[in-house]
Write a protein that binds this ligand. Structure first.
Ligand code: BGC
Length: 770
């Protein structure tokens, strides 16, 4: 048991085994992956799981959501901020560090139940001095401006003095280990003492001069009394360091606590940053680490009450599922509606912290059902950027609002035009130019959020405005082809990015039509039932009856490609004419092996896909299609999908279950749940795959528990449990109720209302009042 390696100081608070992710050997080659896995976030900021003393291989990033900057990069990205993690301990100038000493014992443990990262090691230095170090860190979710590190240090075979350095490191740059891309987004504006003790660094983003302050105090205690002596502050360029002596006695433990606070100009005027942070640290020290930690744990306990998914039969997989939920919920924000959730959460630097369609289709269902307030904030984030989307449409020659493929803080397109490979070769990146479906995905997100939460005020106000402007975009994006008497959408990329660009991507065309139809019926309802909202919408958007009539014509004539005389939907016009390459070999994990044919031709010349496209449409709008059609299309496209994106396996799992082919569903779930823990995509160093994390939750709730909302708008539960599980339990918010759903191995479901108003739902085909 990993817990037994820790002393009572730590063990008393550590959760039980099923909540722990453990690392029990130190391999520097694994550092970057582990930094992502062990990252901690509290919705406000995220810090990677680097070591306090520093290691050679590291990307020690700290981000505050919403603090973006461009400088010399291609796009605005989350800026790597001064990092407060540094605590370096020395004995007679020898660093007590994981890479400087012989490792006698080592473990790190992420406690997902309480979002605490533990570590324990016993190190022997060159002179044979042995030191035991154990400790923990957390970024408080109770007060997001408080973070702490606690270390218990025991000199096993020596007495003397441990020299301690309390560091804030402002030298960290984005893309630290990539010479070509390195960028420093922050410039220093202050490097000084925090107060009588402690260090303070203030820096600002280079483009918009947004100030960020970080302050901390390192204290050492023996038997509860402060023992740090000879403190000295040093400003080393962009590093702030406070030195102090800690007297130690053989076999006796000293406790070091680093109390940290951060604020940015997003919450506090620049002139007040230093004093605010100083006061926060002072109060934190008065309250004590334990008090804050207890509050933080209580918040996490409450969050898990909402979010836990528990099944009997496969504890390892359950832990992996919790790991995905843990990172996703840790990043969601219930108080700030000007930020969204990036494709790598706040755990790594790929995609610069940008929000993609990953939000609406992969993460939003989780947030809407589990943390509706966070979902509402994500919806408001899109609403605030509506003007920028209007500008974007105008710039590209369209009407209405066109959402950017990648979105940061100001809503302008943040997808780079160029991609540069590590060897320096450049290629043009056309994603932003062609991947227009994101605008329909944003519209669909509103519909989905509202049908789950029944937040009609949002729908009839902000939601209707976005839906109107996105519909307007589609009406202007469609081209009328007179000789065929139909509307077409040409030169787009669908979800499958390996065919770029194409004409009449079914997914895009279908969702353009869906957007037009949905808003038209919404406006009719508003006119009858919410005349004031209707008037306000017409006034705000300048919408007229003639325009609605035009939309009606467009939607009735949008071309939806399919193979004539069959049930097969065609991914895009001409897809079936491409070389038909099928996946017919699978590896030992039942994962598709890249077909030989792709050695001689490019994927885009074949029918091989990166990720679901038609199948995703069927997943999202299943109630519009007949079961046989869904099955035939699933069978056809599944054999041609290589899962080149982490957004792929979960959708195939849910859809496999939906069409009655559950042979692979469980393996797809395993693949998705373990993507980061086993580094299956080989890029976990860049951060946790956020969309996949949302997909894992969907696989269980929509797939195995069979939760859906039918055409009647009512929640439906129709389980399809894997033979490996004997029960499955989770909780959802739906309408105004909070429900617990429990399913047994025979697909019998029980639904209990834990809170809120009575609600009617379908359980295995029977309507029940809960
Ligand atoms: C996928 C996109 C996704 C993006 C960010 C790409 O590899 O193809 O669908 O939005 O990653 O997660």
């Amino acid at each position: 048991m990993i817990r037994d390696r820790f002393s009572e100081n730590i063990k008393k608070d550590m959760s039980t085994e099923e909540w722990l992710i453990c690392q029990d050997t130190y391999d520097p080659q694994e550092n970057l992956k582990n930094e992502s896995l062990f990252a901690l976030s509290n919705g406000y900021l995220g810090i990677r799981g680097s070591f306090e003393e520093g290691t050679r291989v590291t990307l020690p990033y700290l981000y505050v959501n919403g603090v973006f900057d461009k400088s010399e990069t291609f796009m605005r990205e989350l800026a790597a901020l001064p990092n407060w993690l540094g605590v370096r301990l020395y004995v007679e100038k020898e660093l007590i560090g994981i890479e400087n000493c012989e490792i006698l014992e080592f473990s790190r443990v992420l406690d997902m139940k309480h979002a605490v990262l533990y570590k324990q090691y016993v190190l022997k230095d060159k002179k044979g001095r042995v030191t035991k170090v154990e400790g923990r860190r957390f970024v408080s979710r109770h007060n997001v401006h408080r973070m702490a590190i606690e270390l218990f240090v025991t000199p096993v075979n020596y007495d003397g003095i441990i020299e301690a350095e309390n560091i804030i490191d402002g030298t960290i740059v984005n893309f630290y280990d990539a010479p070509r891309f390195k960028v420093k987004h922050m410039y220093l504006t202050a490097n000084e003492t925090l107060g009588e003790h402690g260090v303070y660094i203030e820096s600002a983003t280079r483009d918009r001069h947004l100030h960020v302050g970080t302050g901390c105090v390192l204290e050492a205690y023996k038997d509860g009394r402060p023992v740090m002596r000879n403190r000295m502050f040093h400003a080393f360029g962009e590093q702030a360091v406070e030195f102090g002596d800690v007297p130690v006695t053989e076999g006796e433990t000293v406790r070091l606590v680093k109390y940290v606070s951060m604020y940015t100009e997003r919450e506090c005027p620049a002139y007040a940053l230093h004093t605010t942070i100083k006061e926060e640290v002072d109060h934190f020290m008065e309250d004590g680490l334990e008090t804050e930690l207890r509050f933080h744990e209580n918040v996490y306990d409450a969050m898990w009450e909402e979010a836990d998914v528990c099944f009997e039969g496969d504890p390892e997989l359950n832990r992996a599922v919790r790991f995905n939920i843990f990172h996703l919920m840790s990043t969601g924000n219930e108080t700030d509606d000007r930020v969204s959730v990036g494709a790598k959460l706040l755990t790594g630097e790929e995609y610069g912290g940008h929000a993609f369609w990953d939000i609406e289709l992969f993460m939003l269902p989780f947030f809407s059902y589990v943390f509706p307030k966070m979902a509402q904030n994500m919806e408001n984030y899109r609403y605030y950027l509506l003007d920028a989307a209007r500008e974007n449409a105008k710039k590209n020659g369209y009407k209405g609002a066109q959402y950017p493929w990648e979105s940061a803080d100001d809503g302008t397109e943040q997808c780079p035009d160029w991609t540069i490979e590590p060897d320096g070769t450049c290629y043009r990146c056309y994603v932003a130019m062609y991947e227009h479906h994101v605008t329909a995905d944003v519209a669909y997100g509103i519909y989905d959020y509202v049908r789950i939460t029944k937040d009609l005020d949002f729908l009839y106000g902000r939601g209707a405005e976005v839906l109107t402007e996105t519909a307007r975009f589609w009406a202007s994006r469609c081209e009328y082809v007179a000789e065929k008497d139909r509307y077409e959408i040409n030169q787009v990329t669908g979800p499958d990015e390996w065919h770029e660009p194409v004409n009449n991507n079914l997914y895009t065309n279908y969702f353009a039509r869906w957007n037009l139809r949905y808003v038209m019926s919404l406006i009719r309802t508003m006119k009858e039932e919410r005349p004031d909202d209707y008037e306000a919408l017409m006034k705000k958007t300048g919408l007229k009856e003639e325009e609605l009539e035009f939309w009606n014509t467009v939607q009735s004539k949008i071309y939806l490609p399919r193979k004539e005389g069959t049930n097969l939907l065609e991914q895009f016009e001409g897809y079936f004419q491409l070389k038909d390459v099928v996946i017919d070999q699978y590896d030992e994990n039942d994962w598709p092996i890249r077909p030989e044919a792709l050695k001689t031709c490019k994927a885009r010349e074949t029918q091989i896909l990166k990720q679901p496209d038609v199948v995703l449409l069927l997943h999202l709008l299943g109630e519009e299609f007949e079961p046989e059609l869904m099955k035939e299309n699933y069978d056809y496209y599944e054999k041609r999908t290589l899962h080149g994106s982490s957004l792929s396996p979960s959708i195939y799992s849910v859809m496999g279950l939906k069409v009655g082919d559950d042979s692979k569903a469980y393996r797809y779930l395993k693949r998705a749940a373990l993507i980061d823990l086993l580094n299956l995509q080989k890029n976990t160093r860049e951060g946790i795959h956020a969309a996949n994390a949302g997909g894992v939750w969907q696989t269980i709730v929509f797939g195995f528990a069979g939760v859906s909302i039918g055409k009647d708008g009512i929640l439906n539960v129709k389980p399809n449990m894997p033979k490996e599980w004997s029960s499955l339990t989770f909780r959802l918010h739906y309408d105004n109720a909070w429900l617990e759903i429990r399913t047994d191995g025979n697909n019998q479901a029980e639904v209990r209302r834990l809170d809120g108003a009575p609600v009617g739902i379908w359980i295995n085909g029977e309507k029940k009042e809960i």
